[in-house]
Design a protein around this ligand. Structure first.
Ligand code: GLA
Length: 510
């Protein structure tokens, strides 16, 4: 009987999704169920900060507002705003502080444990947020950054854990330019960096972002100039770290770029690590927490040492410049990043670059945004790979043009939970052929998250066995994109997957 049920179940395609519509455009089928009206507090379940550093944390919670927030066993020195769910304060003593967060509205209530881990580690789960590069390039301004923060709240992204609002390149003065906005004194008499005229108030901008419970990030290079030719930190590292802390920034992307010009000899064993170690040490001296994102495209096997001098490190060249061969560039970048799985740990993540969906501008020529040419299936695959790989989830498309479909890809709390799992393991790549691959991520509760990816241009039926996964016994399986239980399976799982699509499941012990 049981095998009959299993047979009947498996003969129904697990992925029921039609791709092409009559007018030749791909149908944007939405898999993520709408959140309930009652409150639901989303991941992460823990957050790292240093003793004495100011805390700003907006509890990510979906449901109809107004929601009333409350915390049981909240540590001394921390306050939770009842109406906004924004936690602020300072904890002086190192330790692990677990509280019960509660949220209620007229539809119901929700509670879950949340831990503030006060020690020397930041980014205990992969950073989530938005970065300006792939949509605004050198057009970025204070106004656009503030609007991005507004949109992070208004679109609901913040309710799923997105919290960093990061300017990329082009906020400083440019070394050579005719444009009066960006051509000026690059530093004052004391050497303090001067932002360009599109950023009249860097501190005010960070305050604005913080007032929403979000965090602010910026970018610079250890070399004399950035990749786009703006002022770099070379010989001003200590001063810049202090300035960024004084302005109130929480995240720094530090991009190698022109550093090669001043770096000395490549045979020197410290060649690659030196500029990052220098900035890392300076950041440790500040009285606020600044997550350090290394951007040097994977040189010198950065994954082997990145965790000593940073919180995440780009493992490849720019995703937006990656050539599309048979498949879109995120596959080659993602699969290259997958090779370094064993180096990912809480506080130190492999970074395969941003999520480029929605409206993005072609990086060749820093163009204005247009809708992504990725198919819906490819977008689900992209987000599934990044989640399984515990990659920073940083969206870099247009915040002002977020549509329902893009938000459904970015904001599925069960998919994000895979990414934000506190065990902090990156998925292992199990089986890779020209036609398919499988990624497997162990989770803190003993379950495993599995992504099965179809690289074919046709629909394909793929079987994974427990032997492939090195597991045994009955498993209760959940489809994460649909947030649906699929039943109990004893030794294999068969799924029909659309071209370039994915089946993302989680296997729980019975
Ligand atoms: C490099 C980085 C990109 C972006 C640009 C800015 O190319 O890899 O992510 O920051 O510089 O100039």
């Amino acid at each position: 009987m049981r095998s009959l049920i299993l047979f009947l179940f498996l003969s129904i395609p697990v992925q029921i999704m039609s791709q092409e519509s009559v007018n030749g455009k791909y149908e944007e089928y939405i898999l993520t169920p709408a959140p309930p009206q009652s409150p639901r507090i989303n991941s992460p379940s823990l957050y790292g900060l240093r003793p004495g550093s100011p805390l700003i944390y907006r509890v990510p919670c979906t449901g109809e507002r107004p929601i009333e927030f409350e915390a049981e066993d909240i540590p001394e020195g921390v306050l939770l705003n009842k109406e906004t769910g924004i936690m602020t304060g300072i904890i002086e003593k190192p330790g692990s502080y677990t509280m019960i967060l509660k949220a209620k509205n007229s539809f119901g209530h929700f509670s879950r444990e949340f831990t503030l881990d006060v020690g020397d580690k930041l980014a205990l789960t992969p950073p989530m947020g938005w970065n300006s590069w792939y949509i605004h390039y050198d057009r970025i301004s204070d106004k656009t950054m503030r609007e991005a923060a507004d949109q992070m709240i208004a679109t609901g992204m913040a309710d799923y854990g997105y919290q960093y609002v990061n300017i990329d390149d082009c906020w400083m003065m440019k070394l050579k330019s005719e444009d009066v906005d960006i051509n000026g004194k690059r530093r004052d008499k004391q050497g303090v960096i001067i932002p360009n005229k599109r950023f009249p108030d860097m501190k005010g901008m960070a305050d604005y972002i913080h007032a929403k419970g979000l965090k602010a990030g910026l970018y610079i290079s250890p070399g004399p100039s950035t990749c786009a030719g703006y002022e770099g930190s070379y010989k001003h590292e200590a001063q810049d770290a202090a300035t960024f802390a004084d302005w109130g920034y929480d995240f720094l992307k530090y991009d190698w770029c022109s550093y090669r010009k001043v770096a000395g000899k490549k045979s020197d064993p410290d060649y690659f690590i030196r500029p990052y170690l220098l900035m890392w040490d300076e950041l440790q001296k500040q009285d606020r927490d600044i997550v350090l994102n290394l951007c040097q495209y994977g040189m010198g096997n950065v994954w082997e040492w990145g965790g000593e001098v940073g919180n995440c490190w780009r493992t490849t060249g720019d995703l937006g410049l990656e050539e599309r061969k048979n498949l879109p560039g995120f596959y080659s970048i993602g699969l290259s990043n997958a090779r370094h799985a064993k180096y990912a740990i809480p506080g130190g993540w492999n970074d395969p670059d941003y999520i480029l969906i929605g409206w993005v501008g072609n990086a060749h020529g820093m163009a204005e945004g247009t809708p992504t040419d990725l198919t819906p299936n490819e977008q689900y695959s992209y987000m599934s790979m990044w989640s399984l790989m515990a990659a920073p989830l940083i969206f870099s498309g247009d915040m002002a043009k977020l549509d329902k479909f893009t938000l459904n890809v970015l904001c599925n709390h069960e998919v994000i939970e895979v990414n934000q799992d506190p065990l902090g393991k990156q998925a292992m790549l199990l089986e890779k052929t020209d036609h398919q691959f499988v990624m497997v991520k162990p989770m803190i509760d003993g379950s495993i998250s599995v992504g099965i990816f179809n690289l074919n241009d046709e629909v394909k039926k793929i079987t994974i066995t427990w032997d492939d996964l090195e597991i045994s016994g009955n498993k209760h399986i959940r489809d994460l994109w649909r947030q649906k239980d699929l039943g109990t399976f004893s030794d294999r799982f068969i799924t029909e997957i659309q071209p370039h699509g994915v089946t993302l499941i989680r296997l729980f012990n019975e």
